[in-house]
Write a protein that binds this ligand. Sequence first.
Ligand code: ZN
Length: 255
Amino acid sequence: MQQCCDAYAQAGFGGVSVWRNVVAPNEGGVGLAEAVKIVKGSGLQVPAYVRGGFFPAADAAKRQEAIDHNKQVLDEAAALGAEQVVLVVGAVPGLPLDEARKQVANGIAACLPHAQQAGVKLSIEPLHPMYAGDKSCINRMAEAREICERLQSPWLGIALDVYHCWWDPDLEVEIRLAGEQGTLLGYHVCDWRLETRHLLTDRGLMGDGCIDIAGITQMVRATGFAGLAEVEVFSEQYWAMDQDQYLELIAQRCG
Ligand code: ZN
């Protein structure tokens, strides 16, 4: 984490979104106090702490457990100075998606007072439908918007990831609506490789694939979104590269 933050700051990047696995000791992380020290010392902004969510469950006790966990994640995000906690909302094989979405809305509603208290927003990240089986029952911006409209909280919004939403025929309309409703909280970029080799760890770097990133970025910026664009590339291929060279390549592709 220290190495990343030093290198990002030196390369002129404005921020770093922090994944919980590099923070939480039980996930192999450096511990919250150390993570806070590293991040604050770097001078980088923290657009997001990643990730909360996974609200749906077959029984009430597990749903409550998820709510409690999300409150803890919000507290950690506050300590890190993160603007938002990104929610991968969850899905349970066998549980109808519509029921799962209701449980997601209820779970988020139960966390919103805590979000306000922590001063950290919650952002629903719609995931590509290929994850509807077990990771996310929310797959389009429209479903995220419906929950935002229902819960009407300034502490709730949407994180748009081009990887998940680029194909959506309503994308332009939904980005505009999110802008109007003040719910566009995060913007993630990468690319969709043709002939994807793995559902999770084969994302492309901007320019490797077929997403009209410039076009989508233009729609996002037209709403007045002034946040950082977050480069989010899960890729065995790029992780295997020399990471200093990779950082240079990322900087080039951001240009
Ligand atoms: Zn994302």
